[in-house]
Write a protein that binds this ligand. Structure first.
Ligand code: BYC
Length: 314
């Protein structure tokens, strides 16, 4: 069968809503796009452990510490599912990790902002995990089987993450004047960076059209951002918090919240490595990788010994 016929058959499978599995034929570009997106997603989960991890030792109670520990541990697990899912496309774990550590691969812009107070932990759970759920519920219907299955599991955990964040937000918003001030300050600092998580406007998104044609994405960056705003403005108002956007207005006709323009210079600046915490995040990841060398070596040695034992027994 010619490459063109294969590509046509592949597109028909996608259009019929079939799932593509690792051994199926796929266009090289589909494979490349998925490796790019899934490995960046994995990196985001792993780098995403750092802003909240920073507060584990300073959690205000044992209950909060246990919740935060298990949340951060979940993010590590998400990274592992996603690295494994990326390997099903023929990418080597070593190569994708090298791309992160050498600064060639991107990870979500949101993790380049500092966590200045405990209220930031609450707001990350509510807004950042809230944004992740909206994006990942869509990706759970993606055309690539291993990615969509990883997303189903990840979304279940993210939904717990969001609930614990919102519970904390509601508690602080109903707390002392100092707590109310802290939580509003955290919302003021995280709102706009969270809107940036969804990526550039549709007309400035070079990858969207191809990803939508291939059923990897089923909604555009702007559509997802709008769903996020509609849901979270209501949640903010329900607990008496303000959204830091003077242009925010409900449109009765469209039944959507209209909102102001994102500072795209800030977004691209962060994506290019010049955000407030980019250098610090990469330094921490590189050190962690270096410190984990002996663990990787021990695991390899263990696997080698197991293989030898099996060979002897057979
Ligand atoms: N940050 O053509 P576009 C979590 C890049 S972690 C940085 O629209 P696409 C959590 C984009 O990569 C989960 N870069 O791209 C963890 C592209 O550059 P390249 C985070 C961004 O792929 C711990 C260029 O801009 N979620 O939940 O169609 C604690 C043009 O963009 C960003 C994911 O990773 C950004 N925000 O759409 C708490 C979701 N936006 O690669 C929570 C998976 C865009 O061509 N990824 N860029 O050089 C996606 O859904 C999509 O890849 C994106 C971008 C929406 C991010």
């Amino acid at each position: 069968m010619s490459k063109e016929s294969k590509a046509q058959e592949f597109q028909e499978r996608i259009d019929n809503g079939e799932t593509i599995e690792p051994k199926d034929w796929m266009p090289e570009r589909y494979q490349k796009q998925l490796i790019r997106m899934m490995s960046q997603h994995a990196h985001s989960e792993v780098v995403g452990m750092l802003p909240e991890g920073n507060w584990i030792t300073r959690a205000p109670s044992l209950r909060r510490k246990m919740i935060l520990l298990s949340k951060v541990q979940d993010e590590a697990g998400h990274g592992l599912y996603l690295y494994s899912a990326t390997e099903t496309l023929g990418a080597s774990r070593q190569e994708v990790l090298d791309d992160l550590l050498n600064g060639r691969a991107k990870y979500s812009s949101i993790f380049n902002y500092p966590t200045l107070s405990w209220a930031d932990v609450a707001v990350i759970g509510w807004l950042v995990d809230g944004a992740a759920i909206i994006n990942q519920t869509m990706l759970a219907r993606s055309s690539y089987g291993p990615y969509s299955r990883a997303m189903v599991r990840i979304c279940k955990e993210e939904s717990f993450h969001k609930k614990q964040g919102y519970e904390m937000v509601a508690q602080m918003a109903d707390g002392t004047p100092e707590q109310q001030e802290m939580i509003q300050d955290a919302v003021d600092r995280w709102w706009w960076p969270t809107l940036m998580m969804f990526g550039p406007h549709d007309e400035d998104s070079p990858n969207s059209a191809e990803l939508i044609k291939w059923g990897v994405k089923s909604k555009t960056n702007d559509e997802l951002r709008q769903s996020f705003v509609d849901r979270h403005v209501q949640e903010a108002h329900a607990v008496g918090l303000e959204i830091p956007d003077p242009d925010l207005e409900y449109n009765e006709e469209t039944e959507h919240w209209e909102f102001g323009e994102i500072d795209w210079d800030e977004f691209w600046n962060v994506v290019r490595g010049n955000g407030p915490m980019n250098k610090e995040r990469m330094k921490t990841r590189r050190e962690a990788h270096e410190n984990g060398k002996w663990v990787r070596k021990a695991a390899e040695e263990y696997a080698r010994k197991q293989r030898l034992q099996k060979e002897k027994a057979s």
